[in-house]
Every structure is written in structure tokens, then in C-alpha cells.
Ligand binder design. Structure first.
Ligand SMILES: O=C(O)[C@H]1O[C@H](OP(=O)(O)OP(=O)(O)OC[C@H]2O[C@@H](n3ccc(=O)[nH]c3=O)[C@H](O)[C@@H]2O)[C@H](O)[C@@H](O)[C@@H]1O
Length: 439
């Protein structure tokens, strides 16, 4: 009823003041009334407009993130303005001759931090992007961010689903490459929070590729797939030619979907795309959700650690790969990536589409990993042997890396013994209060 009244009131407002019809009462009084209601309307319109503009400029991010239950921390990010753009430009500035300018997504993550630092050391331009979610202790991500900041790398705080932000970054810097490492990682967590995998690994990947395909020039993209795409494949070692249509976890399925999505964007838009299948990456500044990391923590605390075994007391093994080797593989992929062929959303010719295994080629049983940790920590582990749960885990992984060796010059040099020694040294230094110094 009141709405109807309001609407009828609005109907009486003249579109052109001079054409307003006056009835009954004196023309002078009527004119006064008209003028005073016009003044009121103008006044309130200005107030309304002012409020809208205030909120618009206060929060330049038009972050369109849906109210998605998969998001662990519902946050909006503030970005924009001249100071923000200046920081972006300075971080992405190329200092070496023939250097590249790279947008690294997931830069506060484990692999992202190491790759960003390595690029910067070579004189490449690096801009980071990370949403600092709380899948694991965000203070570790903040410590990695502080580390990168010291070498002049700025990490923009935002989500890969925020296309307006991505477009802004490409508007300010013509990135030659994108190193896409932002993802929802972890094999077992996918049963707890499936939608977070769809949100980051599928929707996020598509938003990023949408912005990249419209960019002019289009960047070349190198991104993190996973050894888990081999799923229930039993042929060893795993070669890129083997089947990858039997994922054992939703995590693996989203990474496999990513590889198919990459094919589509390469095919339709001429984007140069390289997927890297990482094999259980470990090392300093690593991920606390991974077994080697929380085994270390729990061995030191005297807590029992669950060690999985396969059916009939079979061994569970992983092709553990040291972070420095992975970084070399990532740089090799960036350096051999050809340019995308399209521009502004239009394909101009066929573009490069690649997938590589980045592993260590020597699987180690998980029980041996624990023995190595015991030696380095000088503490005996309390082992509890359990049957491999049916929650997405696979019994073993083993990479055939000959393709990466041939085409990327990839050659891992760190064995598990040496790599874990470096990890333990970092771990003890970082968690014994030397957080800032741990390098
Ligand atoms: O290679 C990969 O693509 C994947 O490697 C790891 O996945 P995963 O190999 O399962 O690594 P961890 O969770 O650290 O497990 C390592 C080994 O320890 C075993 N494990 C794990 C947890 C546990 O409580 N006990 C245990 O024995 C697992 O079965 C596995 O064999 C990462 O977590 C994934 O994000 C990554 O994509």
C-alpha cells in the first residue's frame, strides 16, 4: 500500500519542471510547492548519490566473490589507487636483459614463494597474488610474504576468482608470463571440503584463463597440475602418455579437469599453456598439512604418528621431490614457453600446449621417510601402522621424467636424505623462535 503511494507520488514528479500542470489553487502557491518538493528531491538525490560514491571509492574492489560456503574466511580485499599501482609496477619491473615479467599466483604458498624468489634473483619482474586463506596456519604464509617483501616482491592480497582485480593487474602490467600456483591442495582434505577444490582449482582457473585470453598481449601460462592425476594407474614409472582418467580423489579430479580446461583455452584462444605434474614436493618453508611436515612436529612432541601401509602389508611409497629441483623445473618451463598466439580474445594460430612430470624418479617408502626424520631429529618416532584409508590416497607414485629432462633441461639432484636434512634444519630454526631468520 505505502509502496503504491510512493509510486503514485513519483508519477506526479514532472520530467520537465516547466510542463507541470497546476490545478485548483493559486498558480503562485502551486509554483512554490513545486519548487520546494523539487528542491527536496534534488537535495535527497545528492545525499543518495554521495553515499553511493563514498562506498564506491572506499572499497575499489568490485570483488564479485559469491557467498560460497567453500571459502574458509569470507573476506573482501581492498585494492586500487595510485600507490597500489606504483607498488605493482615496481615489483613487476624487469631488471635483467631479456628478463620476463611474471604474475605468480599463490605466491605466499610453498612452491610460489620459492619460485618467486628464484625469478627475482635472476632479475625477472615478479608480482605475487595470494588470498592468504586459512587452510593451514596463515602466519606461515605471512612469514613467507615478509621474506619476499625483503627482496622487493609485492604480493597483492586477492582471490583468483576476482576477475576485476585480475583485469586491473593486467591493465597496469603487461605480464609476459603467468606462473599459476594458487590452488586448493591436499588429497585427503577434499572429502571434508569438496567445494573449496571446485572454487579454486576449477572456477579460479577459469577466471584466470578468461582474463589471460582477453589480455593484449596474452601471457604464456605455466601452472601446477599434480602427480595425483595418475590415480589408479599401475604402470610404472608414470609417463605423460599414461592414462589419467581414473582419479582417486576429488583433488586429483579437479587437477585433471584443469588439464582439460587448459586444452580448451589453448584450442579456442591460442593461449600457450604448460601443466607441471608435481610429485610430493617437500622442503624448507613447506606445507604443514603434508606428512613429512606434521610427522616432524609430532615426533618432536612425542606424539604417535599414523603410517599407512597398503593391502597385505604392502609398502606405501612416494616419489618425494625436493623444492629446489621443482623450482628449476618451473623456471625451465617458463624459459621454454612459447608466446601465446592470440590477442584480445581472438586466436591467431596454433599455440603450445604441454604437460610434464616433475618428480625425483626414486620412490621412497613412507616408513623410510620416518627413519630419515628420526636420524635428523635424533628422536625415536612412535609409529602406528594403519591400513591405507580409502580417502583418495594412492599406494605409490613414481615419475618418468625423460620428457622434462629433454625439453626443460630438468635434472633433480637432491635425494630424500639430503632434502630432509635441509628441511629439519629450517624447521628447528623457524619454530625455535628464529622465525624471521630462518632462510
Ligand atoms: O604429488 C602430488 O601431486 C601431491 O603430493 C602431496 O600428496 P601426497 O603425496 O599424498 O603427500 P602427503 O599427504 O604428504 O603424504 C605423503 C605420504 O605419506 C602417507 N601418509 C600421509 C598421512 C598420514 O597420516 N600417514 C601417512 O602414512 C601418504 O599415504 C603418502 O604416501 C600433496 O599433498 C598434494 O597437494 C600434491 O598434489
Amino acid at each position: 500500500m505505502s509502496q503504491l503511494k510512493q509510486m503514485s507520488h513519483l508519477d506526479n514528479i514532472p520530467s520537465t519542471p516547466g510542463k507541470f500542470k497546476m490545478e485548483k489553487s493559486s498558480p503562485y502557491i502551486n509554483r512554490l510547492r513545486v519548487h520546494s518538493s523539487l528542491a527536496k528531491l534534488t537535495f535527497w538525490s545528492f545525499i543518495f548519490l554521495g553515499v553511493i560514491l563514498f562506498f564506491f571509492f572506499r572499497s575499489p574492489s568490485s570483488n564479485p566473490l559469491p557467498s560460497d560456503p567453500s571459502r574458509r574466511s569470507l573476506r573482501t580485499f581492498n585494492w586500487g589507487g595510485p600507490a597500489f599501482e606504483k607498488r605493482i609496477r615496481s615489483s613487476a619491473r624487469v631488471r635483467a636483459r631479456n628478463g620476463i615479467s611474471v604474475l605468480v599466483t599463490g605466491a605466499a604458498g610453498f612452491v610460489g614463494t620459492h619460485v618467486s624468489a628464484a625469478l627475482k634473483r635472476r632479475g625477472d619482474g615478479v608480482l605475487g597474488l595470494d588470498n592468504f586463506n586459512d587452510y593451514y596456519d596463515p602466519s606461515l604464509k605471512r612469514a613467507r610474504q615478509a621474506l619476499l617483501e625483503r627482496s622487493g616482491i609485492f604480493i597483492v592480497e586477492g582471490d583468483i576468482n576476482d576477475m576485476a582485480l585480475l583485469r586491473k593487474l593486467f591493465e597496469v602490467v603487461s605480464f609476459t608470463h603467468v606462473m599459476h600456483l594458487a590452488a586448493q591442495a591436499g588429497v585427503r582434505y577434499a572429502m571434508e571440503n569438496p567445494s573449496s577444490y571446485v572454487h579454486s582449482n576449477i572456477a579460479g582457473l577459469v577466471s584466470l584463463l578468461e582474463v589471460c585470453k582477453n589480455a593484449n598481449p596474452q601471457p604464456a601460462i605455466v601452472w601446477a597440475s599434480s602427480s595425483s592425476v595418475y590415480g589408479l594407474n599401475t604402470k610404472v614409472p608414470f609417463s605423460e602418455k599414461d592414462r589419467t582418467d581414473q582419479p582417486a580423489s576429488l583433488y586429483a579430479a579437479t587437477k585433471k579437469a584443469g588439464e582439460e580446461i587448459a586444452h580448451t583455452y589453448n584450442h579456442i584462444y591460442g593461449l600457450s599453456l604448460t601443466g607441471l605434474r608435481f610429485f610430493t614436493v617437500y622442503g624448507p618453508w613447506g606445507r604443514p598439512d603434508m606428512a613429512y611436515f606434521f610427522f616432524t612436529r609430532d615426533i618432536l612432541k612425542g606424539k604417535t604418528i599414523p603410517i599407512f601401509e597398503a593391502a597385505n602389508h604392502g609398502t606405501v611409497a612416494r616419489d618425494f621431490t625436493y623444492i629446489d629441483d621443482i623450482v628449476k623445473g618451473c623456471l625451465g618451463a617458463l624459459d621454454t614457453a612459447q608466446k601465446s598466439t592470440g590477442s584480445g580474445g581472438k586466436k591467431k594460430g596454433p599455440a603450445q600446449l604441454r604437460v610434464y612430470n616433475l618428480g625425483n624418479t626414486s620412490p621412497v617408502p613412507v616408513s623410510d621417510l620416518v627413519s630419515i626424520l628420526e636420524r635428523h631429529l635424533k628422536v625415536k618416532a612412535k609409529r602406528h601402522i594403519l591400513k591405507l584409508p580409502r580417502n583418495g590416497d594412492v599406494p605409490f607414485t613414481h615419475a618418468n621424467i625423460s620428457l622434462a629432462q629433454r625439453e626443460l633441461g630438468y635434472k633433480p639432484t637432491t635425494d630424500l636424505q639430503t632434502g630432509l636434512k635441509k628441511f629439519v634444519r629450517w624447521y628447528l630454526s623457524y619454530y625455535s623462535g628464529g622465525k624471521k631468520a630462518a632462510g
